[in-house]
Design a protein around this ligand. Structure first.
Ligand code: UD2
Ligand code: MN
Length: 573
């Protein structure tokens, strides 16, 4: 475990090598191969809590709550609306640059107080819930690469402003080699005035996963809480998280992640009943689902109680620091972004822990439509990370992911250490995970039919992407290309025709559309009959191709060639 601080020197033994944080503010992380990753570590002045008005951080000074104006922009989580066409050319440039650099409306954020008020978004039951007296305290680790000033510091202040002080041991800002000027001296100066906040700088771009390991390795709290650098914590967010860890140190807990709108900064939230849980598809992408009926019943339909989730979104969670160490923190072979959330989720469940979302704990997050920062060139980082986790954790099931790129795994590095970790922890199989934790997961191997759906009258195949941008759009035909991709469809045992989370859906008219699979049959229940027709059970209509072969239509069943389909593989049903 981790040594507590000695004067001017912290030695943090770590399975990937010792982390030395010395008084001269230099730190070194050694990996297994003795490659040193140098870090800068700033021990900050913890004496002074207040922000000094005369400081050169003055221009970033937050609104003082004493003079707080409830009608100021964004207060109470309200939207800020800006008519960009009315801005002066100078301001307009700031506005456009803000979007360009951050993929959110930085200009709007800069108008909002870093201490803005938010509604108390919790269900009534949460406000009267009693939590343990002696809750463990937490280090909050916030990693960032080139984050906007007001957004980053609003995250920090929302933690300080809305958590019981004795439960916040420290806030560790991990700067993943940002090059924006405000994240250098101005940030040092600013946090020097905030008790409990410190900055750790990576000496090179290490990516969010190793940045989290770095933050964890200097943390001293009982619990480590990770947040993205564009969050806002709401009233009462922390206690219910820590309470679950106090109950059992192998409970790993996530707040409900509310949406801070990327353009208006409006804080959006729902009630506990509408809480979503995490899943994944066979591209190993994380996705959200409704709470299944069996989980609602396990909780006696009490919506505010912790809900079990197969996976976490990744950015926001609390974990006992000791437990995090025991189960092997993160895979340091993962780069930049992606995959670490599923890897940790599978590992927690398979190795004896429990992963939960806590409906009484709400934290807002700015969801962006694109990634604003640079990635490694020439490497598919997400694929590499995902193959690493599939190799270590998914046993036979990994083939369903690999099928998607014809088993061309690429160079995913060495995973021997992670396999050894799994062995040492004596973890359950992935099959156990699927059957016990995620029984609703669609298993491609159980599909009744799979592959292209080829028409008899024309050499055309049912073709559509299932990207969520494509939801609600009519499905068309395209010349069969035999490459899978947008022509790869699976017929599930429950009658869905699907790929990932997209299902063929027919609700009247003549067009079939792509719609998120809902598992409720209805408009998404199909049958592939002995006579090779594809029938929609609800309406008793048949798939048919238009005379020119371009369109997919639903028509009364007649059995003409236009309604005859060859599905590439048919398994016994
Ligand atoms: C989600 C998670 C994110 C992470 C990711 C998968 C939420 C709300 N967010 O994506 O935390 O689990 O899925 O990997 O669950 N960063 C660095 N160095 C980098 C890249 C990013 O420090 O090289 C920081 C970044 O500034 C941010 C955090 O890591 O604070 C997550 O990155 P993101 O916000 O781009 O990820 P997001 O929310 O799309
Ligand atoms: Mn994020």
């Amino acid at each position: 475990d981790v040594d507590k601080k000695h004067d001017g020197l912290i030695v943090v033994p770590h399975k990937d090598g010792d982390v030395l944080v010395k008084g001269d503010r230099q730190g070194i992380i050694m990996d297994k191969n003795n490659n040193a990753e140098k870090i800068d570590h700033k021990e900050v002045n913890r004496q002074n809590d207040a922000v000094n008005d005369n400081d050169n951080a003055l221009k970033f000074k937050p609104t003082q709550r004493a003079n707080f104006d409830p009608n100021a922009p964004g207060e109470d989580g309200k939207a800020v609306s800006i008519d960009k066409d009315k801005l002066s050319p100078e301001e307009r440039k700031k506005f456009d640059d803000g979007w360009q650099n951050n993929a959110f409306n930085q200009y709007a954020s800069d108008m909002i107080s870093m201490h803005r008020s938010l509604p108390d978004v919790r269900d009534a039951e949460c406000k009267t819930e009693k939590y343990k007296d002696n809750l463990p305290d937490t280090s909050v680790v916030i990693c960032f690469h080139n984050e906007a000033w007001t957004v980053l510091l609003r995250t920090v202040h929302s933690v300080l402003d809305r958590s019981p002080p004795h439960l916040i041991r420290e806030i560790i800002l991990v700067d993943d080699f940002s090059d924006m000027d405000h994240l250098k001296q101005p940030l040092e100066d600013y946090v020097a005035k905030l008790k409990k906040v410190k900055v750790v700088h990576a000496k090179e771009r290490i990516g969010l996963i190793r940045a989290r390991i770095l933050g964890y390795s200097v943390a001293v709290g009982d619990v480590v809480t990770f947040l993205d650098s564009h969050c806002e914590c709401t009233e009462g967010w922390l206690e219910p998280l820590l309470d679950r860890i106090a109950t059992n140190k192998s409970n790993v807990v996530c707040p409900v992640i509310d949406v801070i709108e990327d353009d208006s900064f409006k804080y959006q939230y729902g009630n506990a009943r509408s809480t979503s849980i995490g899943g994944f598809d066979w591209n190993l992408q994380f996705n959200w689902h409704a709470i299944p009926e069996y989980e609602r019943q396990r909780r006696n339909n009490k919506d505010h109680l912790p809900v079990r989730t197969p996976t976490m979104a990744g950015g926001l969670f609390s974990i006992s620091r000791q437990y995090f160490t025991e189960i092997g923190t993160y895979d340091p072979g993962m780069d930049i972004w992606g995959g670490e959330n599923l890897e940790l989720s599978f590992r927690v469940w398979m190795c004896g822990g429990v992963l939960e979302i806590i409906p009484c704990s709400h934290v807002g997050h700015i969801f962006r439509k694109r990634s604003p920062y640079k990635w490694r060139s020439g490497v598919n980082v997400v694929k590499k990370n995902s193959v690493r986790l599939a190799e270590v954790w998914m046993d036979d099931y990994k083939k369903y992911y690999y099928e998607r790129f014809n088993f061309d795994l690429g160079d995913y590095g060495d995973v021997a250490d992670r396999k050894k970790l799994r062995e040492n922890l004596k973890c359950n199989s992935f099959d156990w995970f699927v059957k016990n934790v995620y029984p609703d997961l669609f298993i491609p191997g159980e599909a009744i039919a799979s592959g292209e759906i080829r028409n008899k009258a024309k050499p055309m195949c049912v073709d559509s992407s299932v990207d969520s941008n494509n939801f609600h759009k009519p499905v068309n035909m395209w010349p069969c290309h035999n490459q899978g991709g947008n022509q790869f469809w699976m017929l599930s045992k429950s009658g869905e025709i699907r790929r990932d989370d997209g299902c063929l859906d027919f609700s009247g008219g003549e067009n079939v559309i792509i719609y998120p699979c809902h598992g409720q049959k209805g408009n998404q229940e199909w049958q592939y009959r002995e006579d090779n027709t594809v029938v929609h059970l609800n309406t008793n209509k048949c798939m048919e191709t238009s005379a020119d072969g371009q369109k997919l239509l639903m028509k009364p069943c007649t059995g003409v060639d236009k309604q005859i389909w060859k599905w590439k593989r048919k398994n016994s049903s």
